[in-house]
Design a protein around this ligand. Structure first.
Ligand SMILES: O=C(O)c1ccccc1NCC(=O)[C@H](O)[C@H](O)COP(=O)(O)O
Length: 259
């Protein structure tokens, strides 16, 4: 079993247990609060540097990145730096995140928030809405075409935006559908952890222009963004490069000031 299969197997167990503790109907009641969606799409369309800055304590590829920060300060720092959106990893076992991180980020900034999670059940989309997300991530490698359709349509019915992530052409071809807003190319192979910006460049020409193109992972300097922009990318998801420092907000600020 590779790491992605292991994460998904654990996630299925986790979601089944959560559904017993807090049934969907109960969760739906929390969703009724009127948090107006803050659009990541609009921010990316209007930014020359389209940075989506991530809160990421650890990862399967890097183990520990940073456990000494609090998400409240990180979110405020990112907002002050002028990033276009924030990604919050909510998986506990492999990334050290939680839904509370999402809620804290929501309470501390007005950035569009992406719930970065391995979504395999519509229950997690309800959770995303209830905890203040504006955007959900769907990973093509772990979903069927039917799941991508039903999950993205459900997200849209909750006024959430949808970022669909691919890593190869086959994943992209099965996923293109009108209920998506953004298509992200993950430069990291989630099975081997190998990272290459060439993945974004190669897949860019297959992504229809109706979608905002986002390049994810392994972006460690401004030159990478300058390299990717001619391929049509408007969003750049950056985690480790900011989170490995003592002050991710300041690092993001320094990064953006180089444009
Ligand atoms: O980051 C990992 O090691 C990883 C392993 C398995 C599944 C997903 C993984 N990462 C999720 C992400 O997509 C990244 O956190 C995100 O794109 C930021 O990447 P980076 O800037 O390289 O931290």
């Amino acid at each position: 079993m590779d790491i992605l299969e292991k994460i998904v197997a654990d996630k299925r167990l986790e979601v089944a247990l959560k559904k017993q503790l807090i049934p969907s109907l109960q969760l739906e009641q929390s969703v009724l609060f009127e948090h107006e969606t803050i659009s990541l799409v609009k921010n990316l369309q209007h930014s020359p540097f389209g940075t989506i800055a991530e809160h990421k304590r650890r990862s399967p590829s890097k183990q520990v990145i940073n456990h000494n920060l609090n998400v409240f300060d990180v979110a405020q720092g990112y907002e002050k730096a002028g990033v276009s959106g924030m990604s919050v990893l909510t998986d506990g076992k492999y990334f050290g995140g939680s839904l509370d991180d999402l809620l804290l980020a929501r309470s501390s900034c007005n950035l569009p928030l992406l719930r970065k999670e391995f979504i395999i059940d519509s229950y997690q989309i309800l959770e995303a809405k209830a905890y203040g997300a504006d955007v959900i991530l769907l990973i093509a490698a772990i979903l069927t075409q039917e799941e991508i359709k039903s999950f993205s349509e459900f997200a849209k019915s909750l006024q959430l935006e949808v970022l669909l992530e691919v890593h190869n052409e086959a994943e992209l071809q099965k996923s293109i559908m009108p209920s998506l807003d953004m298509i992200g190319v993950n430069n990291r192979n989630l099975k081997t952890f190998e990272v290459s910006l060439e993945t974004s460049k190669t897949l860019s020409s297959y992504i229809p222009n109706d979608f905002i193109k986002v390049s994810e992972s392994g972006i460690s300097n401004v030159d990478a963004i300058k390299e990717l922009k001619p391929f049509g990318f408007q969003g750049f998801l950056i985690g480790e490069n900011f989170m490995k420092t003592d002050n991710p907000g300041e690092s993001a600020n320094h990064f953006i000031n180089q444009f």
